[in-house]
Every structure is written in C-alpha cells, then in structure tokens.
Ligand binder design. Sequence first.
Ligand code: ZN
Length: 87
Amino acid sequence: MEEMNNICQSCAMMMKETDHGTNADGSACEDYCKYCFADGEFKKQSTMEEWIEDDIRFWIGEDCKTPEEAREKMRKVFPTLKRWRKE
Ligand SMILES: [Zn+2]
C-alpha cells in the first residue's frame, strides 16, 4: 500500500493513488482529485460558496451530524485549499 496523505486542493477529499485527476498531458495531477479535475481542467466552475452548498451532503457523518455543522467545518477547511486560497 502506497502511503499517501493527499487531500484534493479543490474539494478536500482524501485521495488514494487512484483518485488523482489528470493533467492535459495525461499525467496524474498531484493537487486535485479525478472528480474535480480531468484533462487539465476543472470539471465544475463555481464559487467556493456554491461548492460548499453542493458538497455539504458528503460532509454529514461522524464529525458533522447536521448540515449546519458540515457547513461550518467546510468554511474553515475550504479557504486553506489551493483552489480557493486568496493570495
Ligand atoms: Zn476534488
């Protein structure tokens, strides 16, 4: 098993080796998962807020029992990711 501790820099998903997206040249993209990024492009263009609302259902679980908790957590995590970070 490959030891990988990457999270997607767009959606914060934990990525296994097979979860990485692809660059335009077909190589594996280090930063983004295949659900966010394929062939060198983001699959979905949206603002961070839109993204959070769309993805909230995936964050409800052990840590976040309600949509409100999930939203709060995402609002902390997402601005630290490369895609959403403001330089
Ligand atoms: Zn992703």
